[in-house]
Design a protein around this ligand. Structure first.
Ligand SMILES: *[C@@H]1O[C@H](CO)[C@@H](O)[C@H](O)[C@H]1NC(C)=O
Ligand SMILES: *[C@@H]1O[C@H](CO)[C@@H](O)[C@H](O)[C@H]1NC(C)=O
Ligand SMILES: *[C@@H]1O[C@H](CO)[C@@H](O)[C@H](O)[C@H]1NC(C)=O
Ligand SMILES: *[C@@H]1O[C@H](CO)[C@@H](O)[C@H](O)[C@H]1NC(C)=O
Ligand SMILES: *[C@@H]1O[C@H](CO)[C@@H](O)[C@H](O)[C@H]1NC(C)=O
Length: 354
């Protein structure tokens, strides 16, 4: 093998290694959120439902009648001392009571017809740089209504209506509610989230391998739809691509990838469909990358399932070869003068395997 080609191979392997390396160390923003929906049947009857989520994991819910908290996992209760849970429950009750009172007052003053629904999403985000942001979004009958900005601790209108302006004016007088929101979502939220993150590490770091199936549909004799169905994976982020003769098929009208959908067991599924002409002479494969696969990719070719194992193995080998190549590169540079021949012969063995 000629030295220039050998360097190209090394660069290629280095490139693959870097690609898979960045994938494996992805760490994002973590969000703790409380969702509550209040259905105002009439001035004296409000139905309230509440749910707490850490990322996509349900932590617990509110009892509709007593507004007490039901936690879903032992690690959630263990994250905080009992007294803290009592405090949170009491603060949530006061917040919900004041919230309902305020909205009812606004609705009565402004002759808003009953029934109507108010939804609220509140919580905090913790960024990788360890800073955080609190948020409260309120919606009226499914439309954005008001939001709370934690940078300046003020409420802003999301829609300009008689009711929204009135509620905003009430809020400005009702500093107690704003202070409560600040305490719950701007102070306690991040502290509690950090404790939940360490207590729930196992649940948050849970990884489930994707199960990939590739099959074809023929809606008409001129068209073949190749379907790549990926399911049972966790966490949610995933990359699914179609390869034509080993090259990634770029986005276009022939390629349609659906949304990531939830399964009942807190895993996800997704399908990607590629429209091709029957017997066009190309080879097709579905490539899946996911945190549970580490630096490997899963390659599932269409029409030749025996290749599956080989390609999965190959993907693993490429990763290993990349590491080996990096080491070799270092050694090769250091001992350029002494061992040029040996290094080259080992590289050519690697390229045959890959
Ligand atoms: C309010 O709604 C509830 C439930 O629909 C009903 O039982 C109650 O009688 C209503 N109250 C008034 C004052 O209309
Ligand atoms: C931290 O990250 C967030 C989100 O990426 C960004 O908005 C914020 O400005 C960053 N803060 C600092 C101090 O770097
Ligand atoms: C608070 O910040 C938001 C967005 O950062 C801005 O739209 C709003 O005008 C600010 N409110 C005040 C009173 O400064
Ligand atoms: C807010 O308080 C001021 C002064 O007490 C009062 O004049 C105003 O009517 C109040 N606004 C609302 C919407 O209650
Ligand atoms: C709460 O909000 C203020 C802005 O008024 C901000 O300076 C402070 O850092 C926030 N606290 C937390 C814990 O986010």
């Amino acid at each position: 093998m000629q030295p220039p080609r050998c360097c190209c191979l090394l660069l290629l392997l280095l490139y693959l290694f870097l690609l898979s390396g960045t994938w494996a160390t992805l760490e994002g923003t973590v969000t703790l959120r409380l969702l509550h929906t209040s259905t105002f049947q009439n001035t004296s009857f409000v139905e309230t439902e509440g749910l707490g989520l850490l990322e996509d994991i349900e932590l617990g819910s509110l009892d509709k009648h007593t507004w007490s908290i039901h936690l879903y996992h032992p690690w959630v209760r263990q994250a905080l001392p009992r007294m803290d849970w009592d405090t949170i429950e009491n603060m949530l009750k006061i917040y919900l009571q004041q919230f309902s009172h305020l909205i009812n007052e606004g609705a009565m003053q402004r002759d808003v017809p009953y029934p109507f629904v108010v939804q609220c999403m509140a919580g905090c985000e913790l960024y990788p740089n360890r800073t955080s942001r609190a948020f409260v979004y309120v919606a009226y009958n499914g439309q954005d209504f008001l939001s709370f900005d934690s940078d300046n601790n003020t409420w802003t209108l999301s829609q300009d209506t008689d009711l929204s302006r009135y509620v905003l004016a009430l809020l400005k007088n009702y500093t107690a509610l704003s202070e409560l929101v600040e305490v719950i979502f701007n102070e306690s939220c991040v502290n509690d989230m950090e404790r939940l993150l360490s207590s729930g590490r196992a649940a948050l770091e849970r990884q489930e391998l994707p199960v990939v199936t590739v099959f074809a549909r023929t809606p008409s004799p001129q068209q073949l739809l190749l379907v790549c169905h990926v399911t049972a994976f966790y966490p949610r982020p995933i990359s699914v691509a179609w390869l034509r003769d080993g090259q990634e098929v770029p986005p276009g009208p022939q390629l349609s990838t659906g949304p990531v959908l939830p399964n009942a067991d807190l895993t996800y599924q997704l399908r990607s469909v590629l429209a091709v002409a029957p017997q066009d002479g190309h080879s097709y494969a579905c490539r899946v990358r996911h945190r549970s696969l580490g630096t490997r990719s899963l390659l599932v070719p269409w029409g030749n399932s025996q290749l599956l194992l080989i390609t999965a193995l190959l993907a693993g080998l490429l990763g290993a070869a990349a590491v080996a190549a990096l080491l070799l590169l270092a050694v090769w540079r250091r001992r350029k003068h002494q061992r040029v021949e040996e290094s080259e012969s080992r590289n050519s063995t690697l390229s045959k395997e890959a």
